[in-house]
Design a protein around this ligand. Structure first.
Ligand SMILES: Cc1cc2nc3c(=O)[nH]c(=O)nc-3n(C[C@H](O)[C@H](O)[C@H](O)COP(=O)(O)O)c2cc1C
Length: 366
């Protein structure tokens, strides 16, 4: 199957990407005091120079006291804005496109035994895991202030010239904590028995981010069924439940759904081989981004030269799905973390030259 499929342009609103490859958002914790350094800007520039169509930055947090859980995670307000401007300028100078991933960790704790939150923890019901109550739930005022913090960060993204904005609504962080019944036990309008009721906070954040960026800039919503607190959670158990979850978000202003799963070839529901991004596209008619173990397996890249690969994670499987328009864009995380040249090497068919991901790649900005 032709690699050209991955290198076709794609247009969303006023943004035309040269190809279908997206750098997945990856927290790197190399921004001391929350301010991205010149090394961070150069790290993103390297990917922009080497055929990544769209870079989604690491999660960068809104202006709330405990929005991050690590002081080397970048903030997206105040003193960090000139540093982010440098990131945008570097990526644009290399001909690339970039979206910040706007984030709030909620009650997800940081690393280390001596970790302490930076302020009062924001979460729907004060839980860090189902039934494990550690904090006070958010008040109405705190919820309103948090939504407004998302709007302000979105406004900064527009002012700084970012090409799109992604909301981090996945993986068991604040927005996802509201959606998941495991951590949202509220009986006011921010809680509820159904997933769509518990999505009210997400919808209000989407509307706020849309107000912040205006109509023309694409808004990407990242979602996952799995949580870092529990990989097995399936919030939407049927296509109907997924439709009831996603359609109101599409109406509220989402342009692209970024559907996080750990292995892109795994079907979302029984009876069809469509993955999460495939179902999201089918149910909302919005473009979608898939992700999950692309380029991680040596087999993956070898498969093109060897014909039909034996492993499901091979490139032919990805291309087969792209060709039938199951999704529009493909995010790549660890493979691009290990090898800034990954996309260029794939484009040139130099599969044997890509650097395999290794844990050591987490320790530095390659
Ligand atoms: C070091 C690291 C940091 C990550 N940080 C984030 C993050 O800030 N936001 C997010 O949505 N996902 C984050 N993820 C998940 C990735 O975006 C991606 O979904 C995941 O790595 C699967 O893609 P891959 O198999 O291509 O690596 C992170 C993953 C890694 C490996």
């Amino acid at each position: 199957m032709s690699l050209d499929l991955l290198f076709q342009p794609f247009t969303i609103k006023n943004l035309t990407l040269p190809n279908r490859l997206v750098m997945a958002p990856m927290t790197r914790s190399f921004s001391p005091g929350g301010i991205p350094t010149d090394e961070v800007a150069a790290y993103y520039r390297r990917r922009a120079e080497a055929d990544v169509g769209l870079i989604v930055t690491e999660g960068t947090v809104v202006d709330r006291p405990a929005a991050r859980n690590d002081e080397n995670v970048p903030i997206f307000y105040g003193d960090a804005l000139p540093a982010w401007k440098k990131v945008v300028d570097e990526v644009h100078a290399a001909g690339g496109h970039i979206a910040p991933q706007i984030w709030h960790v909620g009650s997800a704790r940081g690393q280390g035994a001596d970790w302490k939150p930076f302020g009062k923890v924001d979460s729907p019901s004060g839980m860090t895991a189902p039934d494990k109550v550690k904090f006070e739930p958010m008040t109405e005022e705190e919820i309103a202030d948090t939504i407004s913090a998302f709007e302000k960060s979105a406004g900064h993204a527009r002012e700084l010239g970012f090409d799109a904005v992604e909301i981090h609504g996945a993986h068991g962080y604040l927005i996802d904590q509201f959606m998941w019944d495991g951590l949202n036990r509220r009986d006011d309008r921010w809680g509820g028995k159904t997933l769509s009721e518990r999505s009210r906070f997400a919808i209000e954040v989407i509307k706020a981010v849309r107000r912040g960026i205006g109509e023309d800039i694409p808004l990407i919503m990242r979602l996952s069924q799995w949580k870092q607190q529990d990989y097995t959670v399936q919030m939407a158990k049927t296509p109907d439940e997924m439709a009831a979850w996603l359609q109101p978000m599409a109406e509220a202003g989402v342009d692209v759904f970024h559907c996080s799963q750990r292995r892109f070839w795994e079907p979302e529901f029984e009876g069809s081989d469509l993955n999460f991004a495939g179902w999201a596209k089918k149910l909302t008619a919005k473009p979608t981004i898939t992700v999950g173990s692309v380029g991680l397996d040596g087999e993956f890249l070898a498969s093109l030269t060897k014909g039909e690969g034996a492993h499901k994670s091979d490139l032919n499987e990805l291309l087969r799905r792209l060709e039938r328009e199951e999704f529009d864009l493909v995010a790549v995380g660890r493979a691009l973390l290990a090898d800034p040249q990954w996309a260029s090497k794939v484009k040139a068919g130099k599969f044997d030259e890509t650097v395999d991901f290794d844990r050591k790649h987490m320790m530095n900005l390659y």
